[in-house]
Ligand binder design. Structure first.
Ligand code: PSU
Ligand code: MN
Length: 330
């Protein structure tokens, strides 16, 4: 028999009360677009999207083009996109076209905002592009359950010396949201990243594969803890996690589409060179990922950018299907 406090917890869950609904003060601090707000209240499928990938992950204007295309893919597949960023100190959930353009054209002058940086950007009334960790925070605040990105951060190579472990991993460990990514880049230590996700109690599955993907390549040499084969499989995992009130997150790792993985080896050797350059130029901390992404793109003559765009769009397609399957389950 469940105790009465457990029962009231379950009934709260079934009504899907998000922290925002539970705490009116939060409402005055964030701006939710009318479309996203309607979709959430009506139980429609919503997909959160991060913004560091726009400001720091890709150059202008490809970043704007990709952000718009990703939003269209989400809509075409029956879900509502909610791109999250901080504009003039206001966390925005769902950007309109003008806001998206502003963010994309400001590029790297926007503060890369991980969980650690949120209060700083809000206090200074600055502009912040949210990483996976900060996007998880805001998505969870408004009750979004599915979040699409390109690649999440992870345990960096040499982390045993530098302690450089992305806060994406600890945020996933305490936020019950499903993140769809193409795995993690080989600029990171993939086996250690998987170990750390296990420590954080994050559910990890590869999509239609036994192996955890390595962003630009379909395989990393590491077996994924679980395998899922359809959006419905994914939705059932999210539903079980939520009904059990587990506070840890979920990572669905979707391999890059085959036609774009051919360049994987060229990109891998460019990555090795960029890593050496980063060490030589002493690029560390939050500057490391943007440096490596830009350098690998230069070294491959744009091939890595094309592959990056293709995999983000594929993740948006699958993420929307998962969000729709979830909305039909609940
Ligand atoms: N990996 C990518 N592209 C990206 C990022 C990571 O392939 O754009 C971004 C994401 O926003 C991710 C962040 O959340 O970098 C992680 O940064 P750090 O390693 O500093 O935690
Ligand atoms: Mn870091």
């Amino acid at each position: 028999m469940a105790s009465s406090s457990a029962l009231s917890r379950i009934s709260t869950l079934q009504n899907h009360i998000s922290p925002l609904e539970a705490n009116n003060k939060l409402r005055s601090l964030v701006k939710i677009s009318p479309e996203v707000s309607d979709a959430i209240s009506n139980g429609r499928a919503v997909v959160a999207l991060e913004s560091t990938i726009i400001s720091h992950g890709m150059p202008y204007p490809q970043n704007l083009q990709t952000a718009k295309e990703v939003e269209s893919i989400v809509r075409e597949n029956g879900a509502i996109p909610a791109t999250i960023a901080i504009l003039n100190g206001v966390p925005c959930i769902g950007l309109n076209e003008e806001e998206l353009e502003r963010l994309a054209s400001l590029g790297k002058s926007v503060q890369k905002t991980a969980g650690r940086d949120i209060a700083h950007v809000v206090a200074r009334r600055g502009n912040g592009a949210t990483t996976v960790s900060a996007t998880l925070f805001f998505a969870s605040m408004v009750g979004i359950q599915v979040f699409v990105t390109g690649g999440i951060g992870g345990v960096h190579r040499h982390a045993n010396h530098t302690m450089d472990i992305s806060s994406d991993l600890t945020a996933l460990g305490r936020t019950p949201i499903a993140v769809i990514s193409a795995g993690v880049k080989s600029i990171l230590d993939i086996p250690k990243t998987l170990e750390y996700l296990e420590t954080q109690e994050v559910y990890v599955a590869a999509y239609k594969s036994d192996e955890f993907p390595a962003f630009f390549t379909e395989k990393s040499g590491c077996k994924a803890p679980f395998r899922v084969d359809s959006p419905e499989d994914c939705a059932r995992v999210i539903d079980a996690n939520m009904k059990l009130n587990r506070q840890a997150g979920i990572l669905f790792a979707v391999p890059i589409p085959k036609q774009h993985s051919a360049a994987g080896n060229i990109i891998e050797s460019a990555t090795q060179r960029a890593l050496t350059e980063a060490r030589e130029q002493k690029v560390t901390g939050s500057a490391e990922t943007p440096f490596l992404l830009a350098r690998v793109n230069e070294l491959t003559g744009g091939t890595s950018l094309a592959a990056n765009i293709a995999l983000v769009k594929n993740n948006a397609l699958i993420g929307s299907q998962i969000a729709v399957a979830l909305s039909q389950l609940i």
